[in-house]
Design a protein around this ligand. Structure first.
Ligand code: PRX
Length: 663
């Protein structure tokens, strides 16, 4: 997608000029964790700033000798230092006498199912599970796959891995067996941790069944640990599968029985797979020391966490937001968190607000899509509850339209709370562009300023900085501690994807503007990546899934604007042998994409067409398909081999839009 497309597709255009402002509240500023000097301090001595953060937020087994070694495009942080993530997130809090503090309030989806887990409980559970994993041969360096729902055993499993020094890859529970296979095989995982079933909107999610399908094609996995969530009867394969509780029946929960492994700062912590512009997802590499410092530091300042905070990040742990801001950042800071298993509208549309009221949540972090859903449901749902405990609101994952930002502040934040719109990526590991509450003047729709020490810019096609108001490509100019350390076993793709568009600069793949105050306005992806409800989905991945169906000849996919989910997936499909589309075929193809990738990637609309618009050299003209999907004036069609094709598609697209959305 070009910058012009991104700009045209984005609603900030008008409000960008209109400009509502929310200056910091003096009361909030007086007690804020962040101080204005942070920016100046980080600019004056960037490495010194990150040295101080590393010493303040993290306990090191062996101090580091050097802060940073930057050999473009690879950074190494905190060289020579050793530490353990689990020790920092769990043990040290217990050792400091804070074992009775709550680590997680867990709220199951069925009403009334609750668990309270203190840091001391968490330590016992993690030690037990790590001892269990040891029985299965897991040790430093053993790759472990995790495929679970939002149960406390998910962070317990992650922490147990980090305790042993075993790198993990968490696969979001909405992914299909095929997607799970791809990840398990790529990382060559030796153990898979899953559960019998998940719970979603009152229905079971067959996690073990999907794992079984995947394991049939994942030869490296020797053992599968199954946590019993619903008690459903699931097949267990003798010699391979073991129940979590059986594995733990005779293990010790004494921390001394399972000491925290001393890891090098640059040892692999985890891989997280994210969609890119090809059919194969990218395996993003995060290492130990820099990542932990980056997430703990950003979490502390941006969310202004206090010792008695009840912090709720309502993302899924299967995505990076959950890794960094449900598990590692908050636990490292000793923060009490809420984990909720289910959907916001189960059993009713006030479920979230009930949770906020009951636990007296003071910090809430969620996505624009969730906010827009709540807007659609109406303010009567939040109004049923006392939300006065809320002190700070955050959003992440997609551009937030100013209307949603303002609604969030007024109806959820009682028109008092700061709203921090945080821009970052799986690759960045930590928040990169964000207001600091109490300091930054907020503008609805703008992520405002780079975090202290982060240097961002917006460039035009020729690599020159655009002036105030101009649109361009977002780049980052300096390394940061939580940055990806590459793509797993793929140096070439790493260099190509992030460092070749503007040599020497990190290319984020997003379009942005900077205004006259130096504030950033994110406009969405400028590559073939769609963003649906804050989920990154590759157009090519969905196209590959579609053409994998035996009756599909060709497919082209793009994102169209959607009022709630930001973007929705539209597919243009040509069937083999001139076959016409049908509602049955549409359902079958959606199902097929669900099986190949996951249900969340199934197209919202499918336009069946006898041909796709192609240039004379045979390239599909996606730009035209995007124009059709968004009902825009069609751009230049003169390079098309057959201009009548596009008229036909446009006609069918309009028919479909008029008939209302599928699914
Ligand atoms: O396009 C940007 C969008 O989400 C992409 C990163 O997706 P992912 O790696 O899945 O991580 C999502 C959670 C960090 C970005 O390239 N994005 C993320 N946050 C924002 C955003 N777009 C606009 N505003 C944001 N605050």
């Amino acid at each position: 997608m070009s910058i012009e497309d991104a700009a045209a597709g984005h609603a900030i255009e008008t409000l960008f000029q209109e400009g509502r402002r929310y200056p910091p509240d003096p009361g909030f500023a007086a007690q804020a964790n962040a101080r204005p000097e942070l920016y100046e301090r980080a600019e004056r001595d960037f490495e010194g700033f990150w040295r101080d953060e590393a010493l303040q937020r993290v306990t090191w087994f062996r101090p580091f000798d050097r802060v940073l070694e930057w050999e473009l495009p690879y950074a190494r942080w905190y060289l020579g230092g050793t530490l353990n993530v689990c020790y920092n997130c769990v043990d040290r809090h217990v050792e400091a006498g804070r074992g009775n503090r709550v680590a997680y309030y867990w709220e199951g989806e069925p009403v009334g199912e609750r668990r309270v887990i203190t840091f001391a409980d968490l330590q016992r559970e993690v030690v037990r599970f790590a001892n269990g994993l040891k029985k299965l041969g897991v040790k430093k360096g053993t790759p472990v796959g995790i495929y679970m729902g939002m149960v406390p055993e998910l962070p317990i499993a992650m922490l147990a891995c980090t305790r042993l020094g075993a790198p993990h890859t968490v696969v979001f529970g909405g992914f299909s067996a095929d997607s799970l296979v791809g990840r398990l095989n790529d990382m060559e995982c030796e153990v898979l941790i899953t559960q019998d079933e998940g719970q979603r909107r009152g229905r079971p999610v067959p996690l073990k069944r999907t794992s079984d399908e995947a394991l049939a094609q994942s030869p490296s996995v020797r053992h599968c640990v199954v946590f019993r969530r619903t008690g459903a009867d699931v097949p267990m394969q003798e010699g391979r599968d073991v129940y979590w509780h059986d594995l733990l029946a005779d293990v010790s929960d004494d921390p001394a029985s399972c000491p925290c492994e001393a890891m090098d700062s640059e040892d692999l912590l985890y891989l997280l797979y994210s969609s890119g512009t090809t059919a194969k997802p990218k395996a993003i590499v995060h290492t130990t020391g820099g990542y932990l410092v980056g997430v703990a530091s950003t979490h502390y300042y941006i969310f202004d966490v206090k010792p008695d905070s009840i912090y709720w990040c309502a993302a899924d742990i299967g995505w990076v937001t959950g890794h960094s801001y449900i598990v590692y950042g908050p636990l490292c800071n000793g923060t009490t968190g809420v984990i909720y298993e289910g959907t916001p509208d189960y059993p009713d549309k006030d479920r979230w607000w009930d949770i906020v009221e009951r636990y007296k949540v003071d910090i809430l972090y969620t996505s624009p899509t969730a906010i827009r859903s709540c807007m659609k449901w109406g303010p009567e749902y939040p109004r049923r509850h006392d939300l006065s405990s809320l002190r700070l609101l955050g959003t992440v994952g997609e551009p937030i339209n100013p209307e949603a930002w303002i609604w969030y502040r007024e109806h959820i934040g009682g028109n008092r709370t700061p709203v921090v719109d945080t821009w970052w990526q799986t690759e960045t590991g930590m928040i990169m562009i964000t207001p600091l509450p109490g300091i930054t003047t907020l503008k609805p729709g703008s992520a405002t300023k780079p975090f202290p020490g982060v240097e961002a810019a917006v460039l035009n096609d020729r690599g020159e900085e655009v002036g105030p108001g101009g649109a361009g490509y977002l780049v980052l100019r300096r390394p940061w501690p939580a940055m990806l350390r590459g793509l797993f076993k793929d140096d070439e793709r790493y260099r190509q994807t992030y460092w070749s568009r503007f040599p020497g600069l990190y290319f984020a793949g997003d379009g942005a503007r900077v205004d006259e105050d130096g504030d950033f306005w994110l406009m969405g992806r400028v590559d073939d990546v769609m963003n649906v409800s804050g989920h990154r989905i590759s157009t090519i991945e969905v196209e590959s899934a579609l053409v994998d169906h035996p009756r599909v000849a060709e497919a082209a996919v793009c994102g169209r604007k959607d009022e709630v989910t930001g973007q929705a997936i539209v597919a243009f499909v040509t069937l083999k042998g001139g076959e016409e589309g049908s509602p049955e075929m549409l359902a079958e193809l959606r199902e097929h994409v669900g099986r190949k990738i996951g249900r969340f990637a199934a197209p919202a609309n499918i336009v069946f067409t006898p041909e796709l618009p192609k240039t004379r050299s045979g390239k599909i003209m996606r730009r035209l398909l995007r124009d059709i999907s968004d009902n825009r004036e069609l751009g230049d069609t003169t390079t098309l081999a057959d201009p009548t094709v596009v008229e036909e598609i446009a006609r069918r697209g309009k028919e479909l839009a008029a008939a209302g959305e599928e699914g």
